[in-house]
Design a protein around this ligand. Structure first.
Ligand SMILES: [Ca+2]
Ligand SMILES: [Ca+2]
Length: 284
């Protein structure tokens, strides 16, 4: 597989291959959504191991699906489902709320839109599908997936004769925001020690304990944790250096700090995205 045409309308020629190269070169240098799926959890189906997603200012979105033996025959298709309004309760709710769906075979692909009651054909003038059986690239403009600014998506490989699947993620969907170039981290939950806030003469530790993304449609509510985090702080307007994990442990001087303002910016990393959340405390 190098380039796929929609349905059976003939093979891509050299000109199309040049377009493919241009698309790869045009992938933005900024942030990338990086999503993983376990290896070896696939049974007889092709093993999906990860997806990266990037987008450019024109709204062209590039999915790069990694795995083993992906779409190696039409009996082993790869599905890319897109919940374009990031709402599992609209679209095909039996399919995670998907509003658009690609199915990629060995030599052709299909692209459909859920019209409220059925999957129907949809415009595909911005669509390019190319790659190999270890990495399939799907490029589509947001104008052909509901003019979305953030969406959920999932990748599923299927071994049709053996009725085996490998789904990424295992439950629900991943999220990608075109504004953030990664998952849309909506909020972070925080624990502090002492719990009542910073106190003059004591250590003060800030620890992220979870993060929130748009609803994913997962049947099990799994607590999402940042993969890593860092902290930056000012006390009474002056930089205060932190220590420990992520530099999130602060020594609050005993003298002349009571009643002063401690500002801590917590930056969390998750699935390729890095987002800062500011907090303000009053020293006791
Ligand atoms: Ca897998
Ligand atoms: Ca939806």
């Amino acid at each position: 597989m190098i380039g796929l045409t929609k349905k059976r309308t003939g093979a891509l020629g050299a000109a199309a291959l040049l377009v493919v190269v241009a698309l790869v070169a045009a992938a933005p240098a900024g942030a990338t959504g990086k999503y993983t799926d376990k290896s070896g959890d696939n049974g007889a189906a092709p093993d999906v191991t990860g997806v990266t997603v990037t987008s450019d200012p024109s709204g062209q979105v590039l999915f790069q699906i990694s795995g083993v033996n992906l779409s190696s025959s039409d009996n082993d298709p790869t599905f890319l489902d897109i919940d374009s309004d990031a709402n599992p309760l609209t679209g095909d709710i039996g399919d995670g709320g998907a509003d658009y769906s690609f199915v990629i075979g060995a030599t052709t692909y299909g692209f459909w839109h859920w019209n409220g009651s059925d999957w129907v054909d949809t415009p595909y003038s911005t669509v390019q599908i190319f790659g190999s059986h270890s990495q399939i690239s799907v490029s589509v403009n947001k104008s052909e997936i509901g003019n979305t600014s953030d969406f959920n998506f999932s990748v599923t490989s299927i071994d049709v004769p053996n009725k085996a699947i490998d789904s990424a993620p295992d439950d629900g969907m991943f999220n990608y925001s075109l504004d953030d170039s990664g998952p849309k981290i909506e909020s972070v939950t925080l624990a502090t020690s002492p719990a009542a806030g910073p106190k003059a003469g004591k250590k003060f530790v800030v620890t992220p304990t979870g993060l929130t993304l748009p609803p994913s449609g997962a049947t099990e509510q799994i607590k999402l944790m940042p993969e890593s985090n860092t902290c930056q702080a000012t006390l009474n307007g002056r930089a205060l250096k932190g220590a420990g994990i992520g530099g999130c442990t602060f020594k609050i001087a005993k003298k002349k700090t009571k009643g002063k303002t401690l500002k801590v910016t917590v930056t969390v990393q998750y699935e390729g995205e890095s987002k800062a959340f500011p907090y303000t405390f009053k020293v006791r």
